[in-house]
Design a protein around this ligand. Structure first.
Ligand code: ATP
Length: 958
């Protein structure tokens, strides 16, 4: 395998910690070790204490780690590891011996408790009370049917919720944390579960510490330990050991599992994994237990409670009315009341909605979006603004240097991607870069100030590290810079942080020390006084460089500048060394083309009434141009971070109404932007990847973290994670969010008329002084079979065709708008009319109550079957191929239900249980006729609505 690396001594790995940095303790020189013997009590071995694989003794005592009071060398020796890291055989042996680095799963409810919880619902209590009273009155059939239905309902709920939970857990596990480790001298990224005692772990800002570490070296490392100590101010770490008695918060040389690196870098050795870590020992769970609920589901639960109260009141009034005004016996009236309660209560609805939500989450996972917090599914449907990063989300993040600009002029660079092949030209004429000193210097500087690694696997060049640096690495190879001949030893560096917008490295060769810095051109220009010319260093020509920066920006190129400063002998690099005195070598013009799919997605979002705001760290001109290519902004207006800072909150609120492109923006600006947008009433989705993005991600209505380049800190702060970092997936998530919300609405819209119709039939019969057209147990039957068959098929309903061409949903709007409440009433009335009408017709024909009831029940079910078709589209017509046959689950559900109804009608044991009787073909014909009529009437109602109202405007209110 061919490999190209950023430069370090002898062209060895540019690992800033293990190869080129001066070690506070040179691990390769260790010949002896010191023990704080006298002062340190020897650890009493505890069963859970981590053992040293080498010393064979426990590493801690009473919660106080020897490792924080012991020299790094001793800790390393005890752990049997050197500066190269563990070997793979050693790792395997330790994994076998100590197990994986895994915390015990958050307490899951046992199956019994989960089953019992199915009964914990006011609606079910009401049914159970009814069962007890019917039992006391000796109506055993009613009691057993009610109990049977409640139990079946609980079983269905239990199974479905179990499935939903495990589906969600499987999706969550896709977010397994990764760790950067050094093993056998190689830096590799592994699943954090595979870490073992003695592994060398590299930390960077944004990382979640994957195990307890004894820090070996660090650079400005700061860690937020609030997960462990509750203290939210980040702790500055040091590699020096501390007193054995130091409290957890004072053990500055340890990094604890589950805490988050907020700044800097570090290298540490694993001293405890899994349950042995500090967080594992105190039993605090890192994995949040996701509640299977959302604001909408809670709203529905409240609605259910109100419904139960209302049902109780109506049932009471009915009993009183029937007894006193109609002269029925108490017992008779009580059974009617039970029937009414059973009729009005949508007992299957809560489970149905949970399942719909879980299916939505699964669908999103298939489209590269992992939902971390369920309420996001709802919020996504209401999003009005998406604030997105540019690099990698809207663009391909495959950077290529296309121009190098020196004091001599512009050099065009051929080739694309990371393959190190491409020709150079100057004013249209080919040039030999090795004979062009200024061009060579710029390319070499880009190699020196670089941490990326390029590997060739097959025909493809794979990049490890920052794409911008990858582009510079490729350039240096195209030029022919040989790291072995043209390199120097790198002795220190300041890594790139987006708030600084530069990276600097300190170098030394036989006789010189110098600093190389590369970064945003404004930043580098402000550090430079001179420029490298053909005859030597000359005064900086600001206007020349600015003109080139603008020309590149106008073409959508990302521009980086590079400069150099000779220094006296220097050990370490600080920000003080970055103040001035640099010689500007030149500029790189880098292209990063927009993703084709992002252009289409931006257009889809627009059609869906969603505005896109691009917030980037790049130059305003570059941002405007890329924005224009993507359809974001007008290509003229962009607000920079500096301009944004000058605005007060009111002015910013106004600005965010007009401006879509924000350039040279820092994470703090993102937070202000979210706040300003929210103050304008917008529902905001915000993307982010860095640790400093966390506040903005948390503040946004939907925080969207990048799964690939995003840090653990960003993931933890966000509601959803994109596994492919692609803007397209945000659009897909919005679509799925809207669809899921639609399906929940459809489930409600389908279920409620069933209950309304049933209750209405009973009340109408009572008021009219008729025999009950449907008995309580028959009503239970209808509820049960329709909800477990018909209702479920709506949970998997695909997106409606216009789901992305309507306005976002107003989150304050009620679940059922006035229009949809009318639909519930209308269908309830149709069901009442059909069921009662057919019952009365039968009674007048033959007077057989059992047979008439059988017809009534089948009419009710048939009405629901046809209404299920109507419910597939809330407003659109279903009288077409797609509408009638587009969801095969609807067809399966109807088939199953017809089998159930045949059993219900003709099976002798069912006839005994439910008091049904055989019915003939003519009666079936009338039943089906009623179903068809109901369906057509609802379609006519939809057509009228579509015709009368500005269709789309109303749809937005769904
Ligand atoms: P976003 O992802 O938010 O669209 P970005 O990735 O373009 O933004 P940053 O990574 O913050 O933004 O980069 C800001 C600027 O810093 C860039 O325009 C570039 O000039 C400079 N820069 C980027 N990467 C590096 C690097 N590795 N070394 C030095 N300078 C860099």
């Amino acid at each position: 395998m061919i490999e190209i690396r950023g430069f370090s001594p002898g062209a060895a790995a540019p690992d800033p910690f293990c190869d080129s940095y001066p070690h506070p303790i040179d691990l390769r020189q260790i010949k002896f070790f010191t023990i704080f013997g006298a002062k340190l009590r020897l650890p009493k071995e505890k069963s859970h204490a981590p053992f040293s694989p080498v010393c064979g003794r426990s590493l801690n005592t009473n919660g106080s780690f020897i490792s924080h009071a012991t020299a790094v060398a001793e800790v390393m020796r005890c752990l049997g590891v050197d500066a190269e890291g563990l070997s793979s055989t050693e790792v395997e042996a330790r994994l076998r011996q100590y197990g994986r680095n895994r915390l015990p799963d958050a307490q899951h409810k046992g199956p019994l408790l989960r089953f019992a919880q199915q009964f914990d619902n006011v609606l079910i209590y009401a049914l159970l009370v009814a069962a007890i009273i019917t039992g006391v009155l000796g109506h055993w059939v009613d009691t057993s049917v009610i109990v049977g239905v409640v139990v079946i309902n609980a079983i269905v709920g239990f199974i479905q919720e179990g499935k939903a939970e495990s589906a969600l857990a499987a999706i969550q596990s896709m977010l397994a944390p990764l760790a950067s480790v050094k093993r056998e001298g190689q830096r590799v990224r592994i699943n954090a579960e595979m870490l073992v005692l003695g592994d060398l772990v590299l930390l960077e800002s944004g990382d979640r510490v994957p195990a307890d570490l004894r820090l070996i070296e660090l650079r400005n490392l700061q860690i937020d330990e609030s997960a462990l100590t509750g203290e939210s101010v980040p702790v500055a770490k040091t590699p020096e050991n501390v007193a054995p008695t130091a409290e957890i918060g004072d053990r500055k040389c340890l990094a604890y599992c589950g805490t988050v690196v907020t700044y800097g870098q570090g290298l540490g050795v694993v001293i405890a994994t899994g349950e042995q870590t500090e967080i594992g020992r105190i039993g605090r769970m890192l994995r949040e237990v996701e509640e299977l609920s959302t604001p909408l589901l809670r709203k529905i639960a409240v609605f259910g409670r109100w419904l139960a109260v209302a049902t109780f009141v109506v049932a009471l009034l009915t009993v009183l009315f029937g007894h006193f005004l109609r002269g029925h016996s108490w017992e008779e009236m009580f059974l009617v009341a039970v029937g009414l309660a059973v009729a009005a209560i949508p007992e299957g609805l809560p489970a149905l909605m949970t399942i719909t939500l879980a299916i939505g989450v699964q669908r999103m996972a298939k489209r590269n979006t992992i939902v971390r917090r369920l309420p996001a599914v709802e919020s996504l449907g209401s999003v009005t603004v998406i604030c997105t990063d540019k690099t990698g989300t809207l663009t391909k993040n495959e950077m290529t240097v296309q121009r190098v600009i020196t004091t001599e002029g512009v050099y065009e660079v051929g080739g694309s991607g990371y393959a190190p092949h491409g020709d150079f030209s100057y004013e249209g004429e080919p040039v030999t870069p090795l004979e062009t000193p200024l061009l060579f210097d710029v390319a070499r500087a880009g190699l020196l100030c670089n941490d990326a690694v390029l590997r060739k696997s097959g025909d493809h060049w794979e990049l490890q590290g920052d794409p911008t640096e990858g582009a510079l690495l490729t350039l240096s190879h195209k030029v022919g810079v040989d790291p072995h001949r043209h390199g120097t030893e790198r002795t220190d560096s300041i890594p790139f942080e987006s708030q600084n917008r530069y990276m600097a490295t300190l170098h030394r060769d036989e006789s010189h020390h110098f600093i190389v810095v590369k970064g945003a051109p404004e930043t580098i220009l402000s550090m430079s006084d001179t420029q490298r010319g053909p005859e030597g260093d000359e005064t900086l020509d600001h206007a020349y460089w600015t003109a080139h920066i603008e020309a590149c920006g106008a073409m959508g190129m990302r521009v980086l500048a590079v400069a150099l400063k000779p220094v006296e002998r220097l050990k370490a690099l600080h920000s003080d060394h970055m103040q001035g005195g640099y010689v500007l070598l030149g500029l790189y013009g880098i292209i990063d083309p927009p993703r084709e799919e992002a252009i289409a997605s931006v257009a889809r979002c627009r059609a869906a009434g969603i505005r896109i705001k691009m917030i980037t760290g790049d130059h305003a001109l570059t941002a405007r141009n890329i924005g224009l290519q993507l359809g974001i902004g007008d290509g003229c207006m962009a607000l920079t971070g500096a301009e944004l800072e000058a605005l007060d909150d009111d002015a910013l609120r106004q600005a965010v109404r007009d401006v879509d492109v924000f350039a040279r923006a820092s994470p703090e600006h993102k937070l202000r932007l979210v706040k300003a947008l929210q103050a304008n009433g917008e529902i905001v989705a915000m993307t982010g990847d860095g640790v400093n993005d966390a506040p903005a991600l948390k503040r946004a209505d939907v925080g969207v973290a990048m799964g690939r380049k995003g840090t653990d800190a960003a993931r933890q702060a966000s509601e959803i994670v994109l596994t492919d970092d692609n803007f397209k997936s945000i659009t897909a998530a919005v679509e799925e969010g809207r669809t899921t919300f639609d399906n929940i609405t459809k489930a409600i819209l389908f279920t409620l008329p069933t209950n309304g119709g049933e209750a209405g039939v009973l009340i109408a019969a009572l008021l009219g002084g008729m025999v009950m057209p449907i008995t309580a147990v028959q009503i239970l039957w209808v509820n049960m079979v329709t909800e477990i068959t018909l209702g479920l098929s709506l949970a998997v309903e695909p997106a409606e065709r216009d789901v992305m061409s309507r306005q976002p949903r107003d989150p304050r709007a009620p679940i059922l708008s006035a229009l949809l409440s009318w639909r519930v009433l209308f269908v309830s009335l149709l069901l009442i009319a059909g069921t009662l009408g057919l019952f009365m017709w039968e009674m007048t024909q033959h007077g057989d109550v059992a047979m008439s009831r059988t017809v009534a029940v089948n009419a009710l079910v048939m009405g629901e079957i046809f209404y299920l078709w109507n419910s597939r589209y809330t407003y659109d017509s279903v009288l077409n191929r797609r509408g009638l046959f587009g969801n095969r689950f609807v067809l399966y559900a109807i088939g199953t239900l017809l089998v159930f109804q045949a059993l219900f009608t003709y099976a002798p044991f069912m006839q005994k249980l439910f008091g049904t009787a055989d019915i003939d073909a003519a009666q079936w014909l009338r039943i089906v006729g009623f179903g068809v009529a109901l369906m057509l009437l609802v379609e006519i109602e939809k057509a009228l609505l579509r015709h009368r109202h500005a269709h789309r405007g109303h749809k937005a209110k769904v």
